[in-house]
Design a protein around this ligand. Structure first.
Ligand code: BYC
Length: 338
């Protein structure tokens, strides 16, 4: 944590009270509002309302935590992948997720958050991560379905975030989305291969589809009428579409892909609505979403426990890196003085 900041309950370091003349504050607020209205970017050095900064730290930290926790369900299959090719692909994908987490923690740092502090908030259950990563991966078909559904949902949600009003977040999303597209295709290609295989493999794919469909729809968050953050986040252009709009987009994108693959999506209410030009679909069980978010999903304890162990076991690496950086700085100081 920087010396000019002190901890606040949400991980967004509290900035020292700015002693601004009320007129100056009004001027800065007007400039901020104009920048947002013109669809231009807010950058780290720009003045921003405290609520805007805290909302970004909340969303970006949650997003970073999701990428890091999200390595676990698929990572479990690296040692058991059925071929060298599948192992190499999965390795690359899980590594990409680590990279996404790191860009996102860096983006949160530009807002004054501290990475160590954010990690501690995650493992103490004070910050959230996506509900989707609290479901188990009992078969290799789960790896394919995560790529198809979860990365597909991530693309729907994150492509609009490339136009988010905060510069570092929007720019991180460009790279992340390119990689998510590759992830989605690898998942779909894996499922295509399995569907061309044996009866048992086809049944495995259908079973994974049945288990992941509803949790994937829940990834988009509560319905719009129960989403406390959406209105303000959309006014600030942090979020560009509502949770329900993105859920609809995902359904419309996925239905033809399911048909081509030869699987059935487990929703008896799913049908094309000619009038709306979109699919009608059933309502996800949002009480399950809330239960999982609160920590009571099938794998919450396992996921957070593993993250805690990894963090504790990595303490010596952080200490060694800090000692090396301090030594380097002392050497440079000496060289300057000489
Ligand atoms: N899970 O007012 P709302 C990936 C929380 S990584 C858990 O609608 P908001 C990938 C929400 O935080 C996928 N919590 O909130 C990685 C809020 O609680 P707080 C992650 C959820 O922020 C590896 C409360 O419920 N993607 O793709 O306007 C492998 C009320 O919700 C969930 C991102 O993080 C949930 N599903 O909208 C493969 C994308 N839904 O914080 C793939 C960026 C809601 O007020 N994030 N909550 O205590 C977003 O777009 C938005 O934060 C959300 C929620 C749409 C998720």
């Amino acid at each position: 944590m920087s010396s000019s900041a002190s901890p606040s309950p949400d991980g967004a370091a509290e900035r020292p009270q700015e002693r601004l003349h009320p007129q100056e504050h009004t001027h800065l607020q007007e400039h901020f509002d104009r920048t947002i209205a013109k669809d231009q970017r807010i950058e780290p050095r720009d003045w921003m309302p405290e609520g805007y900064r805290k909302t970004l730290v909340r969303q970006i930290a949650q997003h970073a935590h999701s990428e890091i926790i999200g390595m676990q369900p698929e990572g479990d299959w690296i040692t058991r992948a059925p071929s060298l090719r599948r192992k190499a692909i999965l390795f690359a994908k899980v590594q990409d997720e680590a990279g996404h987490g790191l860009y996102l923690y860096s983006a949160a740092e530009t807002l004054g958050a501290d990475r160590q502090d954010l990690t501690e908030r995650l493992i103490e259950g004070r910050q959230k991560y996506s509900s989707i990563f609290n479901y188990p991966t009992p078969t290799f078909a789960d790896v394919g379905v995560i790529g198809w559904f979860v990365d597909g949902a991530a693309i729907c949600n994150q492509v609009p975030l490339c136009r988010s009003s905060y510069g570092p977040y929007a720019r991180a999303m460009v790279r992340v989305c390119k990689e998510e597209s590759f992830h989605q295709r690898q998942g779909y290609e894996l499922l295509m291969t399995m569907m061309r295989g044996t009866e048992e493999q086809r049944a495995m794919v259908q079973d994974a589809v049945d288990r992941w469909w509803w949790p994937s729809l829940m990834m988009f968050g509560p319905p719009d009428e129960d989403s406390p953050n959406s209105a303000q986040s959309m006014a600030w252009r942090i979020k560009r579409h509502s949770n329900d709009e993105l859920r609809q987009k995902f359904v419309d994108m996925t239905v033809p892909q399911a048909e081509k693959l030869g699987v059935t999506l487990p929703d008896p209410e799913l049908r094309w609505n000619e009038e709306r030009g979109q699919h009608d679909f059933g309502r996800p069980d949002f009480t399950e979403l809330m239960r999982v978010i609160k920590g009571d999903g099938p794998c919450n304890a396992e996921r957070v426990g593993r993250r805690r162990t990894a963090h504790e076991e990595g303490a010596w690496v952080r200490e060694a890196a800090a000692a090396h950086a301090a030594k380097q700085a002392r050497r440079e100081e000496k060289e300057h003085a000489a």
